[in-house]
Design a protein around this ligand. Structure first.
Ligand code: 13P
Length: 288
C-alpha cells in the first residue's frame, strides 16, 4: 500500500476511542521493526521523523525512498503515514518535496500570530497535495534535538484559533514532556485537555512524550479526544538495553556475533516488543 495521509486513520481512531501510535524512526532497523509489527498486528501506524533523524539518515529524500521501498518489499498492507515530527517551516517544505504524506509544523515557540500565519500557509499547501498537517500550541517540554523546553499547558483559546485554520490534528501541551519523566512530574493536566477538547470539538488531538506515561493516564487521554500518541525514547531505551546485554554477555565475540545483522537483532526485537506493547495499550490492534 502507498503512503497515506494520517487524516482518515486519526478520524477513525477518535471515533473508535483508540489512538494510533507515532513511532519515530532512526535507521533501517527501526523502520523495519515498526512496519513489521504494525503488519503482524494489523494496526495503522505513523512513522515519525525528526529533523535531526532526517539529517542523520542523510536527508528526507533518503528516508522517503527507503520507507516507500520497504513498504513494497515487505508487502505492508496496513495504512502507513510518513510524518515530519516537530518540523521547522523550511523543514516542512523539504518533506513535502521529498514525498512525506504528513507533516508537523511546530510553531509553538513563535508568538501566536506568527504561528497562525505560517500554519495557515501550510494548511493551503497540504490541502492541495493531500497531506495531513499537525500543529502545536504550548511547547512540549523535555529535550528534543538539543532543544529543552518546560511542559507547558496550552491556552485552549489559542488551540481553537489554530484548529479553525483547518489543520488535521492538534498537539496541545498538557504538562507532557519528551524523554523520561522526572520523579516529581505532576502528571498530565486533564483539566487542560478537557478545556482544549471543548474548544476544538472533533479535531483529533496528539499526545507527545508517550514514553513513560502510566497506562491509566493514556487511557483517560484517549477518552478525552487524543487519537495520536508519539513514542520515541522508549524504543531507544529498549534497543539500548538489549544491545548492551548482547555485548555484556560477550555474544559479539562468539563466531560471527560481530556481524551487524546479528549484533542489531536483539535491539530490533526489543523495538518490536515495545511497539506491540504500546499498540495494545493504545487499542489500535486490528484497526487497519
Ligand atoms: P518520547 O521520546 O518522550 O517518547 O516523545 C516522543 C515524541 O513526542 C516525539 O514527538
Amino acid at each position: 500500500m502507498a503512503l497515506v495521509s494520517a487524516k482518515e486513520m486519526l478520524e477513525k481512531a477518535r471515533e473508535g476511542k483508540y489512538a494510533v501510535g507515532q513511532f519515530n524512526i532512526n535507521n533501517l532497523e527501526w523502520t523495519k521493526s515498526i512496519l513489521q509489527t504494525a503488519q503482524e498486528l494489523n494496526s495503522p501506524v505513523i512513522l515519525g521523523v525528526s529533523e535531526g533523524a532526517g539529517k542523520y539518515m542523510t536527508g528526507f529524500k533518503t528516508v522517503a525512498s527507503m520507507v516507500k521501498a520497504m513498504i513494497e518489499e515487505l508487502k505492508i498492507t496496513v495504512p502507513v503515514a510518513l510524518h515530519l515530527d516537530h518540523g521547522t517551516y523550511e523543514g516542512c517544505y523539504k518533506c513535502i518535496e521529498a514525498g512525506f504524506s504528513s507533516i508537523m509544523f511546530d510553531g509553538s515557540h513563535f508568538p501566536i500570530d506568527e504561528n497562525i500565519e505560517k500554519t495557515k500557509e501550510l494548511v493551503k499547501v497540504c490541502k492541495k497535495k493531500g497531506l495531513s498537517l499537525e500543529a502545536e500550541v504550548g511547547a512540549i517540554g523535555g529535550e528534543e534535538d538539543g532543544v529543552v523546553g518546560k511542559g507547558e499547558c496550552a491556552d485552549p483559546d489559542e488551540c481553537k484559533m489554530i484548529a479553525d485554520l483547518g489543520v488535521t490534528m492538534l498537539a496541545a501541551g498538557i504538562g507532557n514532556i519528551h524523554g523520561k519523566y522526572p520523579a516529581d512530574w505532576a502528571g498530565l493536566s486533564f483539566e487542560t485537555l478537557e478545556a482544549v477538547k471543548n474548544k476544538v470539538g472533533k479535531m483529533p488531538l496528539v499526545l507527545h512524550g508517550g514514553t513513560g506515561i502510566p497506562t491509566e493516564m493514556i487511557k483517560k487521554a484517549i477518552s478525552l479526544g487524543v487519537a495520536k500518541i508519539n513514542v520515541n525514547t522508549e524504543c531507544q531505551l529498549a534497543f539500548q538495553e538489549a544491545t548492551r546485554k548482547y555485548i555484556e554477555e560477550g555474544k559479539d565475540l562468539v563466531g560471527k556475533g560481530f556481524d551487524p545483522r546479528k549484533l542489531l537483532t536483539p535491539g530490533a526485537q526489543a523495538i518490536k516488543d515495545t511497539v506491540k506493547e504500546k499498540m495494545e495499550i493504545f487499542g489500535s490492534i486490528g484497526k487497519a
